[in-house]
Design a protein around this ligand. Structure first.
Ligand code: ATR
Length: 264
């Protein structure tokens, strides 16, 4: 049976094995998908592929290591300088980044948001945000602003994505149609410190997720008049569907998968 895995640290919480099991069943395919807890990426990847692995998902903190390790990358991975999917074929190892397309597909196809001509605010300027800015910048949005606690990190991103705006959290003003939280503040139970007016009547999306409940950012946005909120489980499912397509040649249906995962 073809072997796949997600490698990360920590990785115990990963829902990727469950998502790929649902996809494999829907596509009538048999595969094995496991979790690999690694101290270091290169030796873990070498060992996995030496033992017949076909493809790897890469999660924190190894996406940059994977970018440096593969033989070639697609445009999304080059922009993100991060790889979340590795495929092994006759020519070696190919690296891809499906995070950004996963986010855009969730926003558009599952949540029904039109991004063309909209004002989008992205909070955070770390690896998670860098991974999604390329696809987000190609949605036809009227304005795409990245605001970060440390403003200089947002400004650095303009070297790669010249059309975005950069700001500090304290400088966020005005109204947005869509506010995306890409900070890690929620892991500490915190919310990025922005003017609540920014989320009023906006759709608020948190790239992290908390199974079965709101993230701190979603709860805060709801309390401050957001038009709607969503955690990032849909992005994860869509990212995984793109991954399945790369590995197995078919795009599995994603409708209902978020609800099935949320039910536990
Ligand atoms: P990741 O790869 O998950 O993006 P990272 O590169 O460490 O991780 O980036 C974490 C992001 O969350 C950064 O934008 C960070 O802001 P700084 O650049 O100012 O450190 C942001 N962040 C973390 N905790 C935060 C908090 N309590 N409030 C606001 N932003 C926070």
């Amino acid at each position: 049976m073809d072997r796949y895995a997600v490698v990360g640290n920590p990785v115990a919480h990963s829902v990727s094995p469950r998502i790929h099991a649902i996809f494999a069943a829907a596509a009538g395919q048999e595969l094995r998908y496991e979790k690999i807890l690694a101290e270091e990426f290169v030796s873990a990847a070498d060992a996995f592929f030496e033992h017949g692995g076909r493809g790897l998902n890469v999660t924190l903190p190894f996406k940059q290591d994977a970018f440096g390790w593969v033989d070639r990358v697609d445009d999304a991975a080059r922009e993100a300088e991060a790889v979340n999917v590795v495929a092994h074929d006759d020519d070696g190892y190919s690296g891809y980044n499906t995070d950004g397309i996963g986010l855009v597909r969730d926003l558009r196809d599952n949540l029904g948001l039109s991004l063309n001509g909209r004002r989008i605010l992205v909070l955070g300027a770390g690896g998670a945000v860098r991974g999604v800015l390329g696809p987000l910048s190609r949605t036809g949005a009227d304005e795409l602003v990245v605001a970060n606690r440390t403003e200089s990190r947002a400004r650095v991103l303009r070297q790669v994505f010249p059309n975005i705006g950069a700001a500090s959290l304290a400088d966020v003003r005005g109204a947005y149609d869509l506010v995306i939280n890409g900070t890690s503040a929620g892991f500490a139970g915190e919310v990025p410190d922005i003017d609540p007016q920014a989320v009023r009547n906006a759709f608020c999306y948190d790239m992290s997720y908390a199974p079965g409940s709101d993230t701190p950012f979603c709860a805060w946005s709801r309390a401050h008049g957001a038009a709607g909120v969503s955690g990032g489980l849909g992005m994860l499912v869509e990212q995984a569907a793109e991954t399945f397509l790369l590995w197995r040649g078919v795009r599995p249906p994603t409708a209902g998968v978020v609800a099935a995962l949320d039910r536990g």
